[in-house]
Design a protein around this ligand. Sequence first.
Ligand SMILES: O=C(O)COP(=O)(O)O
Ligand SMILES: [Mg+2]
Length: 225
Amino acid sequence: MSALRYPADGVLFDLDGTLLDTIADLAEGANRMLAELGRPRRSLAEIHSFVGKGFPNLVRRCLTEDASATEAEIEAALPVFRRHYGAVNGSHTRIYPGVLDTLEILRAQGRRLAVVTNKAEAFTFPLLERMGLVAYFGAVVAGDTLPVKKPDPAMLFHGCELLGVAANRSVMIGDSANDALAARAAGMPVLLVSYGYSEGMPVDSIDCDGLLSTALEALDRLQPL
Ligand SMILES: O=C(O)COP(=O)(O)O
Ligand SMILES: [Mg+2]
């Protein structure tokens, strides 16, 4: 693996599985939804593999993996999940080790920081607030900010535009193929944390520019400003 350093006026962060360990709350929200719908619980491991393409996909997979549901049932389940997850969002979420120090250092270096997440705005903004992270970020692009989600690169370009940085002088830090593919399509280097959620794929099988065991390791991969 190369240890190239990348120009990084901007650093774009994925949220679930990269900055925040949200899986306990996502599982609680999903299982409360399943209980209300009279369906069996899902294990933490199953939920873990369903996270990455936004909550509508999580709901769909909860209802259709080794089970069946009509489109109308999936549609009707969305507000049920929204209500339950909204009630627990943040209660068992924790900031991953190294994240706060990394954000502090990047900010002190004068870099511009954004969150680019497939999590919906209605969950993202209160969660960033609750976890005390809002002040670090000059922009937040959430899963329903645009008509498309990652792996579409439009979210990354939008984040760069809001920050006022060039995409070719920015770096994406994420945890899944959605982040890696979006960054590749945007022509942006991408570093993946190895502790996150990658939809059941081994993270080292995903094409990227390096794996990080904590966010702090990203610091060595960025050119000084
Ligand atoms: O909400 C999801 O499914 C994933 O969100 P993320 O893009 O922050 O990992
Ligand atoms: Mg993620």
